[in-house]
Ligand binder design. Structure first.
Ligand code: FES
Length: 105
């Protein structure tokens, strides 16, 4: 599986991901900029906010209530395709594309 991270300037990084890891963990492990993940994935910081592309969005389980609530506290405005990347699991064969906001803090 892989995850493509595009930053707000349009620069993309394609990262080989491990099944079961989160999209946030994959970014942090690979030094992808733009994901702060202050709380380390415990759903309390909203600094792992990403915008997911349409195809990816359809393949993901919907937001849990807590994730949805946290998305009201992001640094950059939430959109319909906003997700917290610590809640997105890499699955076998997935090819997720996400865009990171200009700022997470
Ligand atoms: Fe803190 Fe995702 S890492 S909410």
């Amino acid at each position: 599986p892989k995850v493509t991270y595009t930053d707000h300037t349009g620069e993309s990084r394609i990262v080989e991901a491990n099944v079961g890891d989160s999209v946030m963990e994959t970014a942090v492990r690979s030094g992808v900029p733009g994901i702060v993940a202050e709380c380390g994935g415990s759903l309390s910081c909203a600094t792992c906010h990403v915008y997911v592309d349409e195809a990816g969005l359809a393949s993901l389980p919907p937001r849990a209530e807590m994730e949805d609530e946290m998305l009201w506290g992001t640094a950059e405005d939430r959109r319909d395709n906003s997700r917290l990347s610590c809640q997105l699991r890499v699955t076998d064969g997935c090819d997720l594309r996400v865009t990171t906001p200009a700022t997470q803090v």
